[in-house]
Structure formats: C-alpha cells, structure tokens
Write a protein that binds this ligand. Structure first.
Ligand SMILES: [Zn+2]
Length: 260
C-alpha cells in the first residue's frame, strides 16, 4: 500500500525483519502486519553479514526502510573493512539510515572501548552523509555523554529507551527522538507514566524490535503486528486516542526520516 498523509497507517520504527528467526514465516509476518495497517518498517542491520538481507528486503518489499550498522554486541566480530562496506551500503541506499549502533555495558562482554570507537565512527558517518541514526544504549549513559560532546547527526534516535525521565528530558533537549516498544508492556503504570511525561510528544515514536522484546518474554518471537498493543497502552496512559498517537508519531517519523 502506498503511504500518503491521508492513509491512516502505522510504522514499526525499529525491527529486524532480516533476522533468520523469521525464516519462511516472513510472508505471513508482513501479511499480519499489513492487516493491522502497519505498512512501513525500519529494518535495522546489526553487522556486515546481515546487511545484504536488509538490502534485499528494502528492494523487494515496499514500505521497508533500511538502516545499516554494527550493533555493539557484534563489535568484536567484524572484518577490518567494515567501515568501507558501511559507506558503500549507505551510498547504495540514499534514503537508508545508520543503525543499529550503540553502547551496552550490561548485556554484552564486548569491551566498552571498542564499542565507543565503532559507535563514534558510525555517528561521524551519519553526520557526514546526513543520515538518520538509531542507537541502542543500555547501562552506558556516561559513555553516551562522552560521544555527545562531538558534533552529532541532526536526526538521532534512542531506541527502546531505557533511561530515567530526567535523562529523557536531557536528551530531548539535545534533539533526540525516542522509541518505546515491547518492554513498555512490562513496565509499571507509574514508571511509564513518568517517562511519557518527560518525553516530548513531538519526539516519540513506536517500535517492536521484532523478533526480540516480545512482551511475554524471551522465548516468544515478537513481530510488527504487536505494535498496536504497545500503542494502545501508551495512548491509554497519555489519555489520548490511539488515532491521535498514530498521527503524531507518524508526523515525528517524517521529521526523523527527512534530511534537513
Ligand atoms: Zn534492535
């Protein structure tokens, strides 16, 4: 379905539909997503070896917006020419973004120094090519502070934001976009309400992180069709209609995607 401002469609702003976990179910996954009017997907690469699969999805499925990057968990395994190859992918896809990149002190043993080095190079590339950029930050807020001292790409997103309301305010003031996703459904009402008060509505978007972050736990596979449950909870806590949330987050996304 072609996207126009008049069509009430949703976008899953962060997922990994190239993940081999989807296997031969992918056609059904897209079909279920479209049934719920979720017709665009920002598909994030995680290492040079999955970029071709991301590129293939972008070429074969209307509505897939590709991003290419080295995820902090994969920082150690990449070949030395990864930066050259990343630039090549971004040149091939002028509308593609940089992601998923980031910093993680909790969920991976990869040395934080190496993560910082790779994250910095990828932020620099996004800045140079004027691309949007998606970051995963877990337990490494001080390191993020360090990187934020350098000039940043105009459009950057803290995906599945796991910081405090105070941090949300601080990064919002620096121009960050935020996505909330599956983990949102596991948070208490109070925690989530405070976070939603801190994130400016004009900087909020929604994601599933599929196939990860299924709200019922790690042994289940999330898919983009799960986006509406997340939307319903957020709309409920913000005391607005789901349609109002959809319209605002889609408008925010157009600013995230549009080069300045
Ligand atoms: Zn992700």
């Amino acid at each position: 379905m072609a996207y126009t401002m008049n069509t009430p469609t949703w976008t899953d702003v962060h997922c990994h539909l190239q993940d081999p976990m989807f296997g031969n179910q992918l056609t059904e996954v897209f079909r279920r997503s479209e049934t719920f009017s979720i017709t665009r997907w920002i598909v994030n690469g995680t290492c040079p070896s999955d970029w071709a699969a991301v590129a293939h999805l972008a070429k074969t499925h209307e509505g897939v917006i590709p991003q290419f990057g080295v995820h902090p968990w994969n920082a150690e395994g990449v070949d030395t020419d990864w930066e050259y190859r990343l630039r090549e992918m971004l040149v091939r896809f002028p509308k593609g973004g940089v992601g998923e990149i980031g910093l993680d002190r909790k969920l991976t043993p990869v040395p934080i120094g190496l993560q910082m080095e790779q994250c910095r190079s990828q932020l620099e590339l996004a800045l140079e090519l004027n691309r949007c950029c998606t970051l995963h930050v877990v337990g490494a807020w001080q390191e993020l502070e360090e990187l934020l001292k350098d000039p940043l790409p105009d459009r950057w997103l803290l995906h599945s934001f796991g910081g405090s309301p105070e941090q949300a305010e601080q990064y919002a003031a620096k121009g960050a976009f935020f996505t909330l996703g599956g983990a949102t459904l596991r948070q208490s009402e109070e925690t989530l309400r405070r976070l939603l008060e801190a994130i400016p509505f004009g900087q909020l978007m929604l994601e599933t992180d599929a196939p990860f972050q299924h709200p019922e736990g790690k042994d289940r596979m999330q898919e983009p069709a799960g986006l509406l449950r997340i939307a319903e909870r957020i709309a409920n806590l913000k005391d607005i209609s789901v349609e109002r949330l959809r319209a605002q987050t889609e408008d925010n996304l157009s600013r995230y995607l549009r080069p300045s």
